[in-house]
Every structure is written in structure tokens, then in C-alpha cells.
Write a protein that binds this ligand. Sequence first.
Ligand code: BEZ
Ligand code: FE
Length: 285
Amino acid sequence: MSDRAKIDYFTEEGSIDAVTSRIGPDTNARLAEVVTSLVKHLHAFVKDVDLGQDEWEMGIDFLNRTGQLCDGNRQEFILLSDILGVSMLVDAINSRRPSGATENTVLGPFHVDGVPEYEMGTNITKQGGTETCLFEGTVTDLNGIPIEGVRIDVWSDNEDGFYDVQQPEKQPLNNNRGVFTTGVDGRYWFQGIKPVSYPIPDDGPVGQLLGQLGRHPFRPAHLHFIVTADGYDRVTTHTFVDGDTYLQSDAVFGVKETLIAAFEPVLDGKTKWKSSFDFVLNKSA
Ligand code: BEZ
Ligand code: FE
């Protein structure tokens, strides 16, 4: 019998403790908590599926290819988080609001800072388009009182389903995007085009995974908004086109029932559609 001190070497049964017991006493408490939980769930997952050596290699290769595709414009890891529902879960945890307040959804990769600020009524479509649409509504607090000075940052795709930043050679700068500020009545209105559904970038490992899972890459047609006002929670959200084919199967799980907006035909001979949506902001804590 050896008289060496008993050491807890790595075993299948004791795998979680073997790793987490190495976390040093001076480690940041939150980091220790997060890594302990991560190891616990990762090991449980590996055991649950009885992960094969070849499957582990495939997983490592998948993560490598995902990372290799990331650069300043393409964030394949965020896309992976999106299609696994993690982005929406993190958003849900971090944007809990009272009922009646406008709900959040994913930001997506196509927001741009520093876009022009326009007068109400401006047309944000610089490229033209046949499905012209008036977007309008009011921003109020939870008591229905209009809020002045609300910054409404809006962006959407063109009639082919692409954002301006995806086609810098083809679309005018800041096509289908702009910033508006409400007056005392809390109202907003601007011209644009009715958005169309489009696929998320699916030419990389995330697109391959979607295909292997029998899932399509489409998002239902939507308009993005970031709505901010001093003293209120920031709302990062969309309005979705009612009746869109993909409302119940959004590739990134972004749809919430309260965000579905009616698009009604207008018969004034100029604008084809009108979409009304009121934003309700929650006072920040
Ligand atoms: C978007 O709506 O712009 C978007 C959201 C998540 C992934 C890709 C695109
Ligand atoms: Fe989008």
C-alpha cells in the first residue's frame, strides 16, 4: 500500500469536482460561480449524450470554423447564439418589464451608429420601392401619457431582403435607416417601405447546422427599433409584419405576439401601406 497522500485524480464519476476544485481561493467570486456552473452543465451534457471521440472532434471543428468566420462585419458566434435561442434568453432575463410595456427582442448585427437625424415625415428609403409605407404611432409611459424627446432609431431591409450594410456597393448610404425625435405629443411618423422576410447569413457553419437540423434560415419581415428616453428603460425591439409566413418559425426566435403590427392598405394613390404601432416605455428603476 502506498503511503502517498490521497489525491482526487480525474475520474468519470468525479469529473466535475476534479475541475471545479482547482479554482483558486482568490478568484473573482462571480467568475468562480459562472465557471463552476459551466463545468457542471458541460460535463452533464457530455455524459447525457455519451459523447463519442469522433463527435467531440466534429464539435471542436465546428467551433473552429465558427471562430474563423468572425471578423468586424461577420459575427458567426452571435449567429450561433441566436439560432440556439441563447440571445433571446439572455435578453429576456435582462429586460423584464411590467405587462403593457413594449417588449424587447434581438438587436441583430445590422444596427449602425451615427445615422442621420430626420424631421418627422421624412422618407428613409433612399432607393425607392413599390411597397411604400407610412409608419406612425405614439410613445407613451405606462399611464398613457405621451413622452417628449424620445429618440427613435429605426432600420430595415430593402425590397430584396438586404440591409444597406450588406450591399454597400448597391444601396445608398443609410438606406432604410434614420433617427427621429418625438415632440410634446409623443407622436412619430415617417415614410419607408414595407419590410420583407430574409434569410440570416447561412453560408457558414451556422447555416450548415440549420440545414442539418431541418430548419430554414428565414426571419419574418420586420422593422428594427431602438427607442430611448431619459428616465425610461431602453427598448431594443422590432415590429413584425402581421401575416408573414415565418412568424411562427423565426430562425432566431425573435417574435413576440405583442410586437406583431398590422399593415393596412392605404388608398390615397401615394403610399400603399400604413403601419401603426404605439411604444410604451417603463420608467427606469
Ligand atoms: C436581424 O434581424 O437583423 C438579425 C437578427 C439576428 C441574426 C441575423 C439578423
Ligand atoms: Fe433584421
